[in-house]
Write a protein of this length. Structure first.
Length: 137
């Protein structure tokens, strides 16, 4: 049976929940009257207000690169382009996870996060693993 595509909103919040298990600085907040994720109070991600994808905060150069490569779209609510925010329209768990990890590093640089190819359980008090992600503080 073919796999049902994941809705952008569902995928964003599933990934945020997984990341919250790794980093207690990630929290839910609001922005522009809608639900968003923040790291240490700083904007991290939201679902595009049109429901068309994930909006994340990354460095300007990285946003421009994603747009130029056709992987991202400018985020421009009410016509104003936010140069450090990009819409990633196509839901893709692995790609969105990588981009969220990039965004966490940009928004809160004290975080060192890597993506692993397979899930590993790490039992020390400083390291935890969820869905193939490893987070080291």
């Amino acid at each position: 049976m073919p796999r049902t595509p994941t809705k952008p909103e569902t995928l964003v919040w599933d990934l945020i929940e997984e990341l919250r298990e790794l980093d207690d600085r990630i929290e839910e907040g609001t922005i522009m009257g809608g639900r968003c994720a923040r790291v240490s109070g700083e904007f991290l991600a939201l679902v595009d207000y049109k429901g068309s994808g994930m909006v994340i905060k990354l460095p300007r150069d990285r946003v421009a690169e994603l747009i130029n490569e056709g992987d991202g779209l400018p985020f421009a609510p009410a016509g104003k382009v936010f140069r450090e925010w990009v819409v990633i329209a196509k839901p893709d768990r692995h790609r969105w996870t990588e981009l969220l990890l990039e965004a966490i590093t940009f928004v809160a640089p004290a975080t060192n996060v890597t993506v692993e190819s397979q899930t590993r359980t790490i039992t020390t008090h400083r390291r935890r693993s969820v869905t193939g992600l490893r987070y080291d503080r």
